[in-house]
Write a protein of this length. Structure first.
Length: 79
């Protein structure tokens, strides 16, 4: 299984103040916005001068309900 290494999202969630969960509308706004969020949980960063145009994503239960089961199966079968 993943063991102590975890996954990419797990590693990002370990950064204090780093948010990994957004509503679909908020996520789209973050990708298209040319300025950082005013959210108090914002991890900082600064204005990049243009839209982000990139994201690291993980499927949610609403978007892909089978994903959690598939990863659980992969974990116990080491595949």
């Amino acid at each position: 299984g993943l063991g102590h290494t975890g996954g990419t999202i797990d590693k990002l969630e370990s950064i204090p103040g780093f948010r990994t969960q957004y509503a679909a509308e908020e996520f789209a706004q973050l990708l298209l916005s040319s300025s950082p969020s005013n959210d108090t949980n914002d991890s900082g960063g600064g204005d990049c001068g243009g839209p982000l145009n990139a994201a690291i994503v993980s499927p949610s239960e609403n978007m892909c309900p089978a994903d959690k089961r598939m990863y659980a199966l992969r974990d116990v079968t080491s595949t």
